[in-house]
Design a protein around this ligand. Structure first.
Ligand code: URA
Length: 237
């Protein structure tokens, strides 16, 4: 059981005052009846509607965003557009955050959720959740990269920190010598860019195309979101 206004704030992403206004004006109904904002509802069985549209109760939501370059992986920012700004109203709710960060200039799959435990699982190197990137290099890829990456490449530390050894990573060559796919199981800061630098190369384009078993939907245009089913999410672990 939970308060109606809390349900609305959490499930529909409205503010408490918006929820109170809509409830008072009779636009929010519980099982077809007007209720006060403070009334308690059974969130799994009662049917709550806003302007006639049912608000389906979900404990957590999981959203696939195809992030364009220029958007930052943060919940809010004074200057730049954030991944949260790209979430459409019908998927918006309180507590959403990106599970893992892509750089501002990196494109592709960002998973946005309010499920902290899942985010932890995705990010923890111990869970070995693979992340696959399509990488465009400044110079042609070399065959020797495969072994160096499989052994765990050592990358330079950030701002005076000691060098760091990466977990073994996989590389897939493509028909284009400048494009490879890299699969890593961790998420060190600027990891792919630092790996390319350690290989004597440089990343000129980066796109994440897979997290665990979930591939970026090729039909999802840049800047757009779609919900990921609970079944797909259970496979990610
Ligand atoms: N590695 C990077 O260097 N940047 C990203 O955005 C993701 C992985």
């Amino acid at each position: 059981m939970m308060r109606l206004d809390k349900f609305i704030v959490h499930q529909a992403g409205l503010s408490r005052s918006e929820a109170a206004k809509l409830t008072a004006s009779g636009k929010i109904l519980v099982n077809g009846k007007k209720c006060s904002a403070s009334s308690r509802i059974d969130e799994t069985n009662d049917i709550v509607t806003i302007d006639g549209k049912t608000v389906v109760y979900r404990k957590f939501v999981y959203i696939m965003l195809n992030k364009p370059a220029g958007v930052i992986c943060a919940t809010r920012d004074e200057l730049s557009q954030t991944v949260i700004d790209l979430i459409p109203g019908e998927l918006m709710r309180k507590g959403l955050f990106p599970a893992g960060r892509l750089d501002k200039d990196t494109r592709g799959f960002v998973l946005i959720t309010d499920d902290g435990a899942l985010a932890h699982d995705i990010l923890s190197p111990r869970r070995h959740v693979e992340k696959e990137y399509e990488v465009t290099l400044e110079r042609p890829a070399e065959e020797g990269y495969e072994q160096i990456l499989a052994d765990g490449i050592t990358i330079n530390g950030q701002s005076g920190e000691p060098p760091e050894k990466c977990l073994p990573a996989k590389i897939y060559f493509t028909d284009d010598p400048y494009t490879v796919r890299l699969v890593i199981c961790e998420g060190k800061y600027h990891q792919i860019k630092r790996m390319a630098k350690a290989l004597g190369n440089r990343v000129v384009g980066l796109k994440r195309i897979r997290i665990g078993n979930i591939r970026l939907d090729p039909s999802l245009p840049e800047g757009m979101c779609r919900e990921i089913s609970h079944k797909e999410i259970s496979d990610i672990r």
